[in-house]
Design a protein around this ligand. Structure first.
Ligand code: NAD
Ligand code: DAU
Length: 331
């Protein structure tokens, strides 16, 4: 089987490539990645000889057509992924998340190639803290940010290409991932690398916003379950019952570093900041038999801290620029 993995030099995509090379040695992997600020080829260094790598955009129709023609399946991770960046400049989000997904859909339609679209729980908007419900595949779309609205639009393109053109596609909407190779602009790696540098963690607003954390390995195992056993045309929600508020995450990280759990800083809140995400993954568990392996969040955080401590050469070159950008918005 030949699999084209878009965005394979990013956080989740790189972990997916590693997992695929390790656990599916029969699969021939090609990565398509534009190597934006979020893509890093060194994340693939240890598997470089086992895969092919094409540098380019998912919105480049000729390149995409050629690579899709040589594939049996496409797993589409490539995206502009950071909410704060989408508030600063939405244009690359429209180009990559919408036009890029459209370009891939046209190619898989032409060549009859299986497509799996990686998406986010943010397409459903947010929940109140006192709302007992969780997102299900039937929850209406209600995205808040330029990022989540372009991901919602890309999901709708996939659904339309399945229904109108019979494209063989599945979609997954996952909650917040953590683990190795996550860019230091994101919440958990930003605070871990701040703590390594002796800087106080930065909490947006009061820190009561809840995210439903899942380890990236569990997300990617679910993607493989969908590729292997998922039903074409279906949407699967991926989550590991990991609801935690940001304040609790920061306090846990401070404890892991042996610091006072209240030694953090409140900074400006994110405009339009979603309050709570929560995933009901029972369809994935019941129909495909998936279960998460990383059920101890603190242990997963400790392993992630160890990873950032031992991979300083990977994140150090971009840390100062990320912090300078946040400083401009008082975050
Ligand atoms: P990331 O920002 O770490 O990586 C994105 C990758 O896509 C980078 O390697 C980048 O170079 C590449 N890319 C960007 N624009 C491209 C283009 N035009 N053509 C080709 N490659 C391009 O993102 P991530 O956190 O790994 O997220 C991957 C996917 O998972 C995204 O679709 C995102 O919406 C989704 N997702 C992320 C999370 C999360 O918690 N991070 C949760 C659910 C879903
Ligand atoms: O829910 C899935 C989504 O999770 C993915 O679709 C996105 O690609 C991914 O970036 C993530 O989105 P969030 O906006 O939830 O993640 P982020 O890491 O930016 O922030 C997590 C929470 O932490 C959020 O409530 C904002 C807050 N935060 C973030 C940063 C960077 C802070 O309090 N301080 C910070 O410094």
């Amino acid at each position: 089987m030949r699999v084209l993995i878009t965005g394979g030099a990013g956080f989740i995509g790189a972990n997916f490539v590693h997992q695929t090379v390790r656990e599916h040695p029969d699969v021939q992997v090609t990565v398509l990645d534009a190597l934006t600020y979020a893509g890093d080829r060194s994340s693939l260094a240890s598997v470089a000889r086992a895969i092919s790598f094409a540098e380019g955009s998912v919105a480049d129709a000729d390149l995409v057509d050629r690579l899709v023609a040589e594939s049996d399946a496409v797993v589409h991770f490539a995206a502009e992924s950071h909410n704060d960046n989408s508030l600063d400049d939405p244009s690359p989000f429209v180009q990559t998340n919408l036009v890029g997904t459209y370009t891939l859909l046209e190619a898989v339609r032409k060549h009859g190639v299986r497509f799996h679209h990686i998406s986010t729980d943010e397409v459903y908007g947010d929940l109140e803290l006192d709302d007992p419900s969780r997102f299900t595949p039937e929850t209406p779309y209600n995205p808040s940010s330029p990022y989540s609205s372009t991901k919602a639009g890309s999901d709708l393109l996939v659904r339309a290409w399945v229904r109108s053109f019979g494209v063989q596609a599945t979609i997954s909407n996952c909650s917040n991932n953590y683990g190795p190779y996550q860019h230091v602009e994101k919440f958990i790696p930003r605070q871990i690398t701040n703590l390594i540098d002796g800087v106080r963690p930065k909490l947006y607003g009061a820190g009561l916003n809840v995210r439903d954390w899942i380890h990236v390995e569990d997300h990617n195992a679910a993607v493989w379950a969908i590729l292997d056993r998922g039903k074409v045309g279906e949407t699967y929600l991926i989550g590991a019952d990991g609801e935690t508020n940001n304040l609790q995450v920061v306090r846990t990280l401070l404890e892991v570093f042996g610091r006072d759990p209240d030694d953090f800083e409140h900074v400006n809140d994110r405009p339009g900041h979603d309050m709570r995400y929560a995933i009901d993954a029972s369809k994935l568990r019941d129909e495909l038999g998936w279960t998460p392996r990383y059920t101890d969040f603190r242990a997963g955080l400790e392993a992630t801290v160890d990873w950032y401590r031992s991979h300083e050469a990977w994140w150090r070159p971009v840390k100062a620029a990320v912090e300078a950008k946040y400083a401009r918005t008082g975050q």
